[in-house]
Design a protein around this ligand. Structure first.
Ligand code: ADP
Length: 546
C-alpha cells in the first residue's frame, strides 16, 4: 500500500469523524425541527478540508452527513438529500475560492476575507440550506409554513460555520509549518487562556449572577482588536473562534430551559459572531497588507540605495579607467613619435644607401608605427571626450568647401583602391556654426569608412541636403553593408564588426564612437541605413544653429 493511499484514507477517516462529531454536537445544542441547527461547524470543516486537500475527499462529507442524519432519526431518502446538499455546498465553496479569487488561506489580503465571506459563507451555504430544507419538506418532516424559518436557521448556521470555523482551520494550516517558536506558543496560549476566562466571565458567570447575558459583550472587543494587531490573521481567527465557542457554551448552559429563550439568545450571538468574525478578519488583513506594502517600500528603498552606491562605484571606476587610458596613451605617444621621427629620417635621407630588402623592412616599420600613432591618437581623443575635456570652438563653416578639402586629402587612398567618388556640389552655400576641426574629423572618419568597407573599383556618393532638422551630409557607399543586428553596436566603444574586410583593413573601433559623441555635442545625429552586400548610407545631420 503506497504512502499516498494511507494518507488519503487517513484524511477521509479524520474528515468523516470530525464532520460527524461536530454535526452531532451542533444538532444537540439547538436544532430547529431536529435537523436545522443554529450552530453548524461541519460546514467550516468541510469547506476548509476540500480546499486544502482536494475535491476528491467529498465522500467523507456525504457519508458523515448521511450517517449523522440517520442517527438522529431521518429517513434514508431525507438523510441522503441533506447529505448531497452539504457536500455540494463544500465543493462549490472550495471551487469558487480556488477559481474565482485564487484564495490564499493565509488570508492576509482583504480580497481573501471578502471572498471567503461572500462566496463561501453567504453564497454556497444557500445550496445546502435549499437542498436540505427541501428534503425535509419532501420527506414531510416540516410543513410548508415553516419552510422559510427552517431555511433561514439552516443557512445562518452554515454561514457561521463557514465564517468562523473555516478561517480557523485555513489560517492555522498555514501557520503550523514551520512550527511557531516556544515563545510564540507561550504567548498565544496565555492570550487564548485569558480570552477564554474573559468570555466565560461575560457569557457564563455574569448571567448566573443575574446580569443579562450579552450586557458586557463589547468588553471582548479591545482584546480581539489587540489579537488582530498583535498576531495578525492567526490571532484574529483564533480569538473569534475562542470567543464564539465560549459564548455558545455559556449561552447554552446558562439560558433558561425554554427553547425559545435559547434560540433568541443564540440568534443574538450569531449576529455578534458574524460581525466579529468579519470585522477582525478584515482588520487583520488590512494590517497585513499595510505591513507588506511597508516592507516592499523598505525593500525598494534599500534597493535604490544599493543601486545608487553601485552606480557611484561604476562611475568612479569608469572615470579611473578613462584617466588611465588618457595617461597611458599620452605616455605611449612620446616614444612612438620618436620612432616615427627616426624611421621618417631613414626613409627620406638614407633611402639611397639601403638595399631593397632593407627598404621594405623599413617601410613595414614605418607603417606599423603610423598605425600605432593612429590608435594612440584615437585613444587620446576618446579619453579627452570621456573625461569631459572637449571644448567646441565654433565658427561659421561652409560644408561644401569642407567636403571638397577632405576629398582632396583622400585622393591618394581612393586611387589606391580604384574607387570613384562623386560629390554633387550644391548651388547655394551650406553654412553652419560648428567646430570645424572636429566636424572635419567626423566626416573624414565616415568617408574613410565608406572607402575601407567598399571593395575595390566601386563607387561612393556624397550629397548635401537641407532638412527641417538641419544640414545633412549623406555618404553612400556600395560596400559590404552591415547586418541589422550589428547596427546597434556601431557607435559603441572599441566595437569592430566582423565582416570580410575588417581583418584586412586597419581600424580601432573608436572612430564612430567618437564621431557620434562629437555630433551629439553639436546637438546633431548620425543616421545609418544599410543593406548587407549592397552598401550603407551614413548621414550626419548638423542643426543650423548647433
Ligand atoms: P574602425 O576603426 O574599425 O573603422 P569605426 O568606429 O569607424 O571603427 O567603425 C566601427 C565598425 O563599423 C567598423 O569596424 C566596421 O565593421 C563598421 N563600419 C563602419 N562604417 C562602415 C561602412 N561604411 N560599411 C560597413 N561597415 C562599416
Amino acid at each position: 500500500m503506497g504512502k499516498g493511499y494511507i494518507r488519503n484514507i487517513t484524511i477521509l477517516l479524520l474528515l468523516f469523524v470530525a464532520y460527524f462529531s461536530t454535526a452531532r454536537f451542533g444538532l444537540e445544542l439547538n436544532a430547529v425541527s431536529h435537523f436545522a441547527t443554529l450552530v453548524w461547524a461541519p460546514t467550516g470543516i468541510a469547506i476548509a478540508a476540500i480546499f486544502l486537500f482536494g475535491f476528491r475527499f467529498w465522500p467523507a462529507i456525504t457519508l458523515a452527513a448521511f450517517a449523522v442524519n440517520l442517527v438522529i432519526g431521518a429517513r434514508p431518502a431525507v438523510a441522503l438529500g441533506i447529505a448531497i446538499g452539504n457536500t455540494l455546498e463544500a465543493l462549490l465553496a472550495a471551487y469558487l475560492l480556488k477559481r474565482v479569487i485564487k484564495f490564499d488561506p493565509k488570508m492576509e489580503r482583504v480580497k481573501d476575507v471578502f471572498g471567503l465571506i461572500l462566496l463561501a459563507a453567504v453564497l454556497s451555504t444557500m445550496v445546502s440550506a435549499s437542498i436540505g430544507v427541501t428534503s425535509l419538506f419532501l420527506g414531510h418532516v416540516i410543513a410548508s409554513g415553516s419552510f422559510g424559518s427552517t431555511w433561514i436557521a439552516w443557512w445562518v448556521g452554515d454561514l457561521l460555520g463557514a465564517a468562523v470555523v473555516a478561517p480557523l482551520i485555513l489560517v492555522w494550516s498555514q501557520h503550523l509549518r514551520p512550527w511557531p517558536s516556544l515563545r510564540q506558543m507561550g504567548e498565544v496560549s496565555a492570550y487564548v487562556l485569558g480570552l477564554l476566562v474573559l468570555s466565560v466571565l461575560i457569557f457564563r458567570v455574569l448571567p448566573l449572577a443575574g446580569i443579562q447575558p450579552f450586557t458586557f459583550l463589547y468588553v471582548v472587543f479591545p482584546v480581539m482588536i489587540w489579537a488582530a494587531l498583535r498576531f495578525g490573521q492567526f490571532g484574529s481567527v483564533t480569538a473569534t473562534f475562542v470567543v464564539s465557542a465560549a459564548s455558545i457554551w455559556g449561552t447554552v448552559t446558562s439560558s433558561n430551559a425554554s427553547e425559545i429563550g435559547l434560540s433568541h439568545n443564540l440568534l443574538i450571538l450569531q449576529s455578534f459572531m458574524v460581525v466579529a468574525a468579519v470585522t477582525f478578519m478584515i482588520m487583520a488583513a488590512v494590517v497585513a497588507e499595510r505591513e507588506k506594502s511597508q516592507k516592499q517600500k523598505q525593500f525598494l528603498a534599500h534597493r535604490a540605495e544599493f543601486l545608487a552606491q553601485q552606480r557611484n562605484r561604476l562611475v568612479a571606476l569608469n572615470k579611473a579607467k578613462d584617466e588611465f587610458i588618457a595617461l597611458a596613451s599620452h605616455q605611449l605617444r612620446t616614444p612612438a613619435t620618436i620612432v616615427k621621427m627616426y624611421t621618417g629620417m631613414l626613409r627620406s635621407n638614407y633611402s639611397d644607401e639601403l638595399s631593397d630588402d632593407q627598404k621594405e623592412l623599413l617601410e613595414i616599420a614605418y607603417q606599423s608605427n603610423e598605425q600605432q600613432l593612429h590608435l594612440v591618437d584615437a585613444m587620446l581623443r576618446v579619453a579627452r571626450l570621456d573625461t569631459g575635456k572637449i571644448v567646441l570652438k565654433k565658427e561659421n563653416v561652409e560644408l561644401a568647401g569642407l567636403i571638397d578639402d577632405i576629398l582632396v586629402s583622400f585622393n591618394g587612398s581612393f586611387a589606391a583602391r580604384k574607387q570613384s567618388v562623386h560629390f554633387k556640389r550644391p548651388n547655394q552655400a551650406f553654412v553652419t556654426n560648428v567646430d570645424k576641426e572636429k566636424v572635419r574629423m567626423v566626416l573624414e572618419n565616415i568617408i574613410d569608412n565608406a572607402s575601407k568597407y567598399t571593395p575595390e573599383g566601386k563607387h561612393i556618393d556624397i550629397r548635401l541636403k537641407r532638412r527641417v532638422d538641419g544640414m545633412a551630409v549623406a555618404v553612400q557607399d556600395n560596400g559590404i553593408g552591415i547586418v541589422k543586428k550589428d547596427l546597434r553596436k556601431l557607435f559603441k566603444k572599441f566595437s569592430r564588426i566582423d565582416n570580410p574586410l575588417s581583418t584586412t583593413v586597419n581600424g580601432t573601433g573608436l572612430g564612430l564612437y567618437w564621431a557620434n559623441k562629437i555630433v551629439a555635442l553639436h546637438k546633431g545625429t548620425i543616421e545609418v541605413i544599410s543593406t548587407p552586400d549592397k552598401g550603407s548610407t551614413f548621414t550626419v545631420v548638423l542643426p543650423r544653429d548647433s
